[in-house]
Design a protein around this ligand. Structure first.
Ligand code: MF3
Ligand code: CO
Ligand code: CO
Length: 293
């Protein structure tokens, strides 16, 4: 591998960015817990059309932010770009004010930026992106009462062969998992396919963070593992279901811990990680990706 930067350290976090009153907030903003969702994961056509709109905004925002990933840019600047894009499309950036674990602060930014060994939930701050970094950007948009959620991995500059392979394999693993999500199967088929593919390359798939039902709630309660969880997680995939598939693959061990900021999740061994995420709907004839620009 080419010379790479040292461990990621926490930078300075800027204040919450403003959201005009004209933009509707999710119910959890300003509360300590998100309301529980008991409406299930199978949605009517009208709700799915709304999710389609939020998902498209999230995907367009991700592409826009991704274009700005480069050496010398701060993750706070990426947050500004994503925040403004989402607002300009009449949506709310779902992570801004999302409640944390008990006694922890809410997420203070409009997207997650998780660099190198940061697995997920990285908080945008004054950290400057360097040549070769793997920058995961996770953006969720809320509009018309529903969320669309997606994530991509971007390499700053050219990157090492190892980093580029990790990113490509993680994307392919996500797509294989999505293609396996057909009506009548159990959701655990998705992680089985993802983990099996990751293993071919010596990568480990993160177990402690999963895909999830999404739509009228950011996280509905339905869990989509990215490892072979059978016989558990045997929810049957049905037409009308909407959920995310968002594997995080590690070059080394997937064992991880959280920083004391209550959010940032890093690999214990410092090994680098890539992630992709799509929001998908299950149609009669198979899965359809909603987070497309
Ligand atoms: N978008 C992330 C997901 O894929 C959740 C981020 S929650 C936050 O589920 F609070 F960390 F922003
Ligand atoms: Co998600
Ligand atoms: Co996400």
């Amino acid at each position: 591998m080419s010379p790479v930067r040292e461990s990621i350290v926490k930078g300075a976090v800027t204040p919450w960015r403003a959201v005009p009153d004209s933009i509707a907030r999710p119910e959890y903003v300003g509360r300590t817990h998100a309301a529980g969702w008991d409406g299930g994961d199978i949605h009517d056509a009208e709700t799915i059309e709304k999710i389609r709109i939020s998902a498209r905004i999230a995907a367009q925002a991700l592409a826009e932010v991704g274009r700005h990933v480069a050496p010398g840019v701060t993750t706070d600047e990426l947050d500004r770009i994503g925040h403004e894009f989402v607002l300009d499309h009449g949506a709310y950036p779902s992570t801004l004010g999302y409640p944390g674990a008990a006694g922890r602060p809410p997420f203070p930014k409009s997207l997650c930026t998780s660099v190198n060994e940061v697995i997920c939930h990285g908080v945008p701050d004054s950290m400057v992106i360097e040549e070769g970094d793997i920058v995961k950007v996770d953006i969720t948009a809320f509009k018309n009462g529903v969320h669309g959620d997606n994530c991509g991995s971007f390499i700053a500059g050219e990157g090492s062969d190892a980093a580029r392979q990790l990113v490509e394999v993680t994307h392919e693993a996500m797509m294989r998992g999505i293609k396996a999500a057909r009506p009548g199967r159990e959701v655990n088929v998705i992680g089985r396919v993802i983990e099996k593919y990751a293993t071919r390359f010596g990568y480990e798939s993160v177990r402690s963070y999963t895909g999830h039902g999404v739509g009228p709630a950011f996280h509905t309660g339905l869990v989509i593992p990215h490892y072979d969880a059978a016989p558990h997680h045997d929810d049957v995939i049905e037409p009308g279901m909407v959920f995310t598939v968002e594997p995080m693959l590690c070059m080394g061990s997937e064992e991880n811990h959280e920083w004391d900021d209550g959010w940032t999740v890093v690999t214990d061994d410092g090994s680098w990680v890539a992630q992709f995420e799509h929001t998908i709907v299950i149609n009669e004839d198979g899965p359809e990706v909603l987070t497309l620009p």
